[in-house]
Design a protein around this ligand. Structure first.
Ligand code: CA
Length: 715
């Protein structure tokens, strides 16, 4: 009797709720719907969108935590996700609830005051790991109405009920026979959920698309590069009339790349959505586009209408990209007084090393300058086009070139922040270089062909193959001897976008810095690879406060206020593309969400000990040719997770392992169980059986054993 009465009451309540529509359901449940008005002028106390609001400045107007009192900042609460994993998400905060995403596109909701977990959602994307270029991270969720949206690694765009975490709808955004993946945060504009994708290292053609927030139905699709032939019947067909002539030999592979995997921003007055477009596929322009050309819209910012996807303008930052210089880096919209005139500008610091100030109404170049050292170009012309160093086109010259910056970029996805208070842009900047050697046959005709010698980082005595002879000296001016993709230095750069000069630099202790937040309290917050979360004076860079996170930090922080208390929230977890490189093994700590407030007294548990397994390889018995074969296979299939030259970052037990230390190299049968048959698939190690035959896995194991023996000999 009792149960049925409750059931009846529930049914009545449900009927009433259904009658009033989605927005009111949210209100009835104790919250207010997330709307365009709120995302345009977010309340200072909230963090509603990826970069706080549509303008994505990552500036919090909250000032209770100030230069004067930040010394008393302490942990309010923390939540350990229980695994070592790469965390890159910016927390969103609405109506007392904090929403984050973790590895493999999992979504979590917490009480923002106490850290009490409200719900979690696990879409089960581990099986798609084989199709990702750069680990299964996720950069965050989006809020709209009464829903939370996540782009899942395997291409599903999923709407969850914000109160319960239950799936409302799920839409597959790309066919499963392409090696695309989603790691970026969706944006929602006028009831349209916009998401792009990644995978330009795996032979794909990028696109960005809009979906109905209520139903998940696709509303429009914008391909970022032309297809192999003809029109696609999509909204981008009109834009391809501009793009196709810039591929004079066509797009012979049909891939092209151009995956828009991260940066977006929206101007509600102009009704323009800005999307950053990624690198070319294959990387080597001479291989990708034998006829030459600028290859639009690679390395560009495009402006489109959010409801229709209709093209409005584009600005190409890296014409004919050959170096993995993506323009997917975070986009900031700010109104700046330039030569006495208030201009609606778009600020951008893409991988190629130039800082751009664009007119965001027209896409016209206002000014720009390199914000770090570079050798691939000598400057920008009056239209903002790079003045290239001819030697940088290794595919044309057929001569090796060590490019600065390298493919990690002078700045990558880690969010930068603009403070209207100081007028400065705070950039997590990196200095690096990388050796490119033209190799049109690399990867055969396979989809993962990049067109350059992917094993080319093997310079040093530790990593060099016997067949390669002595390390080359002075490949070009003064940068020989560099290890592939290893950042040389990292620092917070405070950049004045008007004067185009650095105000100050804060060097990082270890060679990696995470995303940044600036606040009205005169502070810049950011974490780094030295397991440190710190607050800096926004005018001088003086380090005012630090906290030991026990884990390397990649993600950008957020700030919010509840009951008159200001909080700063940060995701700390070491992984992504940087973890396999550089050997920052100390950064490999527990993945966690941490929330700070003045006088906070929560304490982290002691850091769990992590003993790296010893390097104890079996003796090497195979030929040098076999090892070389393994090296090439490793470079193409393994190094994107396990590190260049098999020198992993020591991640484990659930991150990509340092394979020199793996017990599975002791016997071929055990190695094949993992590599071919997927014995560790539940930990994210995909089964490569369909791609690597027995001869290949034997060569791979031989190469890893060789690298392990080399290290052992030298150490
Ligand atoms: Ca790339």
């Amino acid at each position: 009797m009792r149960a049925s009465r409750i059931g009846k009451r529930l049914a009545l309540a449900l009927a009433a709720v259904m009658a009033v529509g989605a927005a009111q359901v949210w209100a009835a449940a104790g919250g207010a719907p997330v709307t365009a008005a709120r995302l345009t002028a977010a309340a200072p106390a909230e963090w509603l969108g990826h970069g706080r609001d549509y303008y994505e400045q990552r500036f919090s107007p909250l000032a209770r935590i100030s230069q004067a009192n930040v010394k008393s900042l302490g942990l309010a609460w923390h939540f350990d996700f229980g695994e070592r994993q790469g965390l890159e998400a910016t927390p969103l905060v609405h109506d007392g609830v904090i929403y984050v995403s973790t590895d493999f596109s999992e979504v979590w909701a917490f009480d923002a005051r106490t850290g009490r977990k409200l719900w979690d959602y696990k879409p089960g994307t581990q099986y798609w790991q084989i199709n990702t270029c750069c680990s299964p991270i996720n950069r965050g969720v989006a809020l709209w109405g009464d829903k939370v949206f996540v782009g899942a690694l395997d291409g599903r765009l999923i709407a969850l009920n914000a109160k319960t975490g239950k799936v409302v709808w799920s839409t597959q955004t790309f066919p499963k026979d392409t090696r695309l993946s989603i790691t970026g945060a969706p944006r929602v504009i006028k009831g349209v959920v916009v998401i792009g994708n990644g995978g330009a290292e795996l032979g794909v053609r990028g696109f960005v698309a809009g979906y109905d927030a209520q139903t998940g139905k696709q509303k429009w699709k914008f391909y970022t590069v032309p297809g192999k032939s003809g029109d696609d019947g999509q909204v981008s067909d009109a834009a391809m009339k501009i793009a196709r002539p810039t591929w004079p030999g066509g797009n012979p592979s049909g891939f092209g790349g151009g995956t828009p995997w991260d940066g977006m921003a929206y101007d509600p007055e102009l009704d323009l959505l800005y999307v950053g477009v990624g690198n070319g596929s294959p990387w080597n322009a001479a291989v990708r586009s034998p006829g030459g050309g600028d290859n639009l819209f690679l390395g560009s910012v495009i402006a489109i209408r959010p409801e229709t996807g209709q093209y409005v303008w584009h600005f190409q930052e890296t014409p004919g990209d050959s170096w993995d210089y993506t323009s997917t880096q975070p986009i900031i919209l700010a109104d700046l007084k330039i030569n006495g005139q208030l201009r609606k500008t778009l600020l951008h610091a893409p991988k190629n090393g130039f800082f751009y100030v664009l007119d965001r109404a027209t896409g016209r170049f206002i000014q720009g300058k390199n914000y770090g050292p570079m050798n691939w170009a000598t400057g920008l012309d009056a239209n903002g086009r790079p003045i290239e160093n001819p030697a940088a086109r290794y595919g044309d010259t057929k001569k090796p070139f060590v490019a600065s910056p390298g493919p990690g970029g002078a700045h990558d996805w880690q969010p930068m922040s603009f403070s209207p208070k100081t007028g400065l842009v705070y950039i997590p900047a990196t200095e690096s270089n990388y050796l490119y050697i033209d190799d049109p046959t690399e990867g055969g005709a396979g989809p993962t062909r990049l067109g350059y010698n992917t094993g080319s980082g093997a310079f040093s005595a530790v990593t060099r193959l016997p067949s390669q002879g002595p390390a080359p000296a002075n490949i070009n001016e003064g940068v020989a001897g560099a290890d592939a993709a290893t950042p040389r230095s990292a620092y917070i750069l405070a950049w004045d976008p008007l004067k185009q000069e650095a105000r100050f630099r804060v060097p990082m202790l270890k060679t990696f810095n995470g995303g940044l937040l600036s606040t009205a309290g005169g502070l810049v917050f950011g974490g780094n690879g030295a397991n440190e979360f710190a607050a800096y004076n926004d005018a001088t860079g003086e380090r005012l406060w630090t906290f030991d996170t026990q884990t390397g930090v990649l993600a950008g922080p957020a700030s919010y206020e509840l009951d008159g208390v200001q909080y700063v929230a940060l995701m700390a977890g070491w992984g992504g593309t940087v973890a396999p490189y550089g050997g920052l093994t100390d950064a490999n700590g527990p993945a966690r969400l941490m929330v700070f407030k003045l006088g906070g007294r929560d304490k982290l548990p002691p850091k769990p000990p992590y003993q790296r397994p010893p390097i104890n390889p079996p003796a090497q018995t195979v030929s040098i040719a076999e090892i070389d074969k393994g090296a090439a296979l490793f470079a193409r299939n393994c190094q994107r997770c396990h590190g260049g030259n098999a020198i992993g970052g020591g991640l484990g037990p659930t991150g990509p392992a340092d394979l020199r230390r793996s017990p599975f190299i002791q016997a071929q049968a055990a190695f094949d169980q993992v590599v071919s048959k997927g014995a560790l698939q539940h930990q994210g190690m995909a089964a490569f059986g369909a791609e690597l035959d027995t001869g290949m896995t034997q060569a791979l194991r031989a190469y890893i054993i060789h690298q392990a023996n080399q290290t052992k000999t030298i150490n």
